[in-house]
Design a protein around this ligand. Sequence first.
Ligand code: IPE
Length: 247
Amino acid sequence: MILIKLGGSIITNKERPLSPRVSTINKITSQLKKIREPYVIVHGGGSFGHYWSVKYDMHTKPARYDTRGVAIVKNSMIQLDKIILDSLVRNRVSPYSLPPTDFMSGNRPIPAKVREIKKIAESGLVPVTFGDALWYGAKKSYILSGDRIMSILAKVLRPRLSIFVLNVDGLYSDFKSKKLIYDMRGSSFSTQDVAMDVTGGMRRKVEEATRISRMGLKVFFVNGNKPQRITDAIQKNKFEGTLFRGS
Ligand code: IPE
């Protein structure tokens, strides 16, 4: 079992609201069709859900956010999900769309529903889920990020590899020189360094990746503009990007 997160910065143009990068998405999905083992796709919000959540000042902390914001974030995520699903179908992959409400109750995963995702993937379908605005209870809502979903699924499904597809080659030890970290185990890099070095989005990815690798699972950051690197990691154990070894 493999988990693949398609980051918002690779599947959309974050500079412009509501702009999918359709040809990049198609290139990625045409690589994904070569995968010959069960896998699950999680995608981010980018210039769809992420854009609206910022506009409506919505965060990961449960609170009484504007109900209009909840509606619009959810609507835009369905729109982006449809673009991903269409691309998969066109490339002869059979996606099975699962909004996170299917396996989450409030901010808790529903274990039986998470385990069902594995069965679905083993049947030959490809479960597809995404970061979203979620009902929390007591008139509150919250933003569940796709990165967080990766940890939630990893904990129960124990994938042999969790891949974060990014718009950069991986984690840089030095942002200016773009010196890539190939192996996080041999690196003195900490989440604190990331906080100083890169944007909030990347920091959250590193936090979730670290969380997953501490479960004893392997995590890989890869550039989605070079989609063959995704299948090279899965099929050839060739890691052109940043690898977090399970520890
Ligand atoms: C998007 O999920 C959540 C929403 C704002 C709807 P992510 O937070 O994982 O999205 P990206 O990958 O950073 O865009």
